[in-house]
Design a protein around this ligand. Structure first.
Ligand SMILES: [Mg+2]
Length: 285
């Protein structure tokens, strides 16, 4: 993986091969490859696992991966802010036009800690707009298990291992293949989510709950799933993945309410093909 020439397509997609010339692309490949080595070398070991206040897990691997990423951002982009899952915000300032990196060093920690091979690293870079919102203009998701590097730049399309990505073609909702996650672990909030799940699962073809929002979104961009939805995600879960979906021809919106353009810091998200997102919004909003 260290050699960029090794980036052959992981799947036999009949899609356009693209040549990407971008310093950020090269920076992200090098950074995420190095961070992934921290994950891979600890895989299968008895990890020190801590439970965070929101009941999610953090391991030594999350921390080691984030350390690599933050050190490299500070070295190559010293003026940029960093908003990372384990170490938080480098600054509270939201100066319009200034750049910020939104980092998840390991998305799918529970999967990783249990040996379930569905997790990734997710990094987005954006700028603060005049309202203080983060507008992501570059995003990458790296699936080290399958050696798939997903990358998108605003207005320039989405790619995986040098092949362009396109969301699934339109099809009736009853044929759709969906993926979701549950934020809540107990009580009436969980019951409400399960009720929604139950309603939707009876109307689509099938649903997965796979435990890594960033990778789920990358697979929506790839055309595997028609759409993804989840409440209560953090910006680092969705920053790169939602850009991938939009650049692959899909749409993203917040829910239950959607005020103005999509906000990576909004409460819930629905992302996928335009028709599927519209149908899901009818069930969720
Ligand atoms: Mg994480």
């Amino acid at each position: 993986m260290n050699n960029r020439a090794e980036f052959a397509p992981a799947v036999n997609q009949k899609r356009v091969v693209v040549t990407i010339i971008s310093d950020t692309y090269n920076f992200l490949i090098d950074t995420m490859t190095s961070a992934a080595e921290e994950l891979t070398k600890r895989r299968g070991e008895a990890l020190k696992i801590s439970v965070k206040p929101d009941a999610s897990l953090v391991t030594e691997a999350d921390l080691a991966s984030e350390k690599v990423i933050i050190e490299r951002i500070k070295k190559y982009f010293p003026d940029d802010q960093i908003f990372a899952e384990e170490s938080g915000r480098s600054s509270e300032a939201r100066q319009p036009g200034s750049s910020v990196w939104v980092v998840d060093p390991l998305d799918g920690t529970t999967n990783y800690a249990n040996g379930y091979p569905h997790y990734c690293i997710s990094i987005g870079r954006g700028v603060f707009d005049s309202n203080g919102r983060i507008q992501i203009d570059t995003g990458a998701v790296y699936d080290a298990v399958r050696e798939k590097f997903y990358f998108a730049e605003h207005g320039k399309g989405a790619h995986c291992n040098g092949r362009s990505l396109k969301v699934a073609p339109p099809r009736p909702f009853q044929e759709s293949f969906l993926v979701t996650g549950f934020y809540y672990l107990e009580g009436p909030d969980l019951e409400r989510e399960v009720t929604r799940f139950s309603k939707i699962v009876q109307q689509c073809h099938s649903i997965r709950r796979d435990g890594s929002a960033a990778l789920d979104l990358a697979m929506v961009a790839e055309g595997i799933f028609d759409a993804f939805w989840e409440l209560g995600l953090a910006p680092w879960d969705v920053a790169a993945g939602t850009l991938l979906v939009r650049e692959a021809g899909g749409v993203t919106r917040n829910y239950p309410s959607s005020v103005g353009s999509y906000d990576i810091e909004g409460h819930g998200i629905i992302a996928g093909t335009p028709g599927t997102v519209q149908a899901l919004a009818r069930h969720l909003c």
